[in-house]
Design a protein around this ligand. Structure first.
Ligand code: PHB
Length: 390
């Protein structure tokens, strides 16, 4: 009898413990953030990590009665690592949302896990057009390379640039940049006379730039991923290509706010197209930049930070709209169609494509208060991804 009583009590205690941890589980909303904090893409991870933490500091760590837990993992920019980490986050940590994704191959490697587990996958960095089609659970808050490339191909021929050589990183976004820039330039009466591709890992730009110097086009159009722009700029200037009359243009990844101020005055007047500049003149952006710099020892936020910050907004509001319910399908539905003001300007998640619709700005590098900035001088409003055929 005594033994039976003891057993029953133990069973009750164990059940109570189970209930408590289940309750703790149910009271917590987990975001698994997978970013490169080491390796070639480390600046992307650092920017996104800082931005997601800032969003939480500004907006509180609980939403609709749930405590938000941000689980940050470093994938080193290696797709196999990201895939393994995503699996662990879904199976062991039971995350409600996966977020981050510093490179296109990483976003694509994780997509099947999002689909199988019905977990929303928020793309905060990667930018190849096709990504959103890899899983119906993908939502993108970064940008698409065709948006940037087309904006530049519209601006260039109206500004005396007719013959262009393209130089891109040889993988998804680079190939998008090359194709969309070339086709649109041709449509606008210009011409790409040579297309060059450099390896993503450990690129040496020197032989490619020498070739461009020999060809002597009106301009060199460049796409390299965030973090690689300063090396291109340095070698372009060292070869005196600007003095030889070759203009440097590109998507805004080239004059990345993370590195721009260290590029030197040689970067002055370089024109790029992009969705975000730290110099974007809005009250909201000024507040964002000031708070970000204050929280990160003066680090200037770049477009990766904004992708992370807006991604958190999309997650928070989806959780609020579903009253803390947290299921993958309900969250996804509440993410589609969100419309809000971002530090980049107005922004919209297209419910059909799950991709970002936002302004594309033409910007020129200028000096303001002794520092280099991408100063916006023109805008193409509410641009959808030109890569979507639907
Ligand atoms: C990408 O891999 O999709 C990517 C990475 C960095 C960028 C843009 C695109 O700056």
């Amino acid at each position: 009898m005594k033994k039976r009583l003891f057993l029953t009590a133990t069973a009750v205690a164990v059940a109570a413990l189970g209930a408590t941890s289940a309750m703790a589980q149910a009271d917590t909303f987990k975001i698994g953030l997978i970013v490169p904090l080491t390796g070639q893409q480390a600046s992307t991870g650092k920017q996104i990590e800082a931005a997601t933490k800032l969003y939480m500091a500004q907006n509180g760590a609980s939403v609709a009665g749930k405590k938000i837990e941000l689980i940050i993992k470093d994938d080193g920019g290696i797709p196999d690592a990201s895939k393994r980490i995503a699996q662990e986050l879904v199976v062991n940590d039971k995350v409600n949302v996966l977020a981050g994704f510093g490179l296109t191959p990483i976003a694509l490697a994780v997509a099947p896990i999002a689909t199988q587990s019905k977990t929303p996958q928020i793309i905060m960095a990667a930018a190849t057009s096709i990504i959103t089609e890899a899983s119906p659970y993908i939502i993108r808050t970064s940008f698409t390379i065709p948006q940037s490339a087309v904006a530049m191909a519209d601006w260039a021929p109206k500004n005396g640039i007719k013959k262009v050589v393209t130089l891109v990183s040889d993988y998804g976004p680079g190939i998008d940049a090359e194709k969309f820039f070339k086709d649109r330039l041709l449509f606008n009466g210009g011409q790409v006379i040579e297309s060059l591709r450099v390896p993503l890992r450990g690129p040496d730009f020197a032989p490619f730039l020498q070739k461009v110097r020999d060809i002597k086009p009106d301009a060199l159009f460049v796409f390299v991923p965030s973090g690689a722009g300063a090396a291109v700029m340095k070698q372009f200037l060292e070869r005196g290509m600007d003095k030889a009359g070759i203009k440097l243009i590109g998507t805004g990844d080239l004059t990345d706010d993370d590195q721009l101020n260290d590029m030197g005055d040689g970067a002055l007047n370089v024109v790029t197209s992009h969705h975000y500049s730290a110099a974007h003149p809005s009250a909201l952006n000024k507040k964002f930049v000031d708070a970000f710099e204050k929280a990160n020892k003066g680090l200037r936020p770049n477009f990766m930070a904004v992708g992370g910050y807006d991604g958190m907004r999309v997650i928070y509001e989806a959780l609020r709209a579903t009253k803390g319910a947290g299921g993958g399908d309900a969250l996804l539905a509440a993410m589609k169609g969100q419309i809000f003001e971002s530090p980049r300007g107005p922004m919209f998640i297209d419910a059909q494509t799950r991709d970002v619709v936002h302004n594309m700005y033409l910007r020129k590098v200028e000096k303001k208060d002794g520092k280099l900035y991408n100063v916006e001088f023109d805008v193409i409003k509410d641009m959808k991804d030109p890569g979507k055929t639907r």
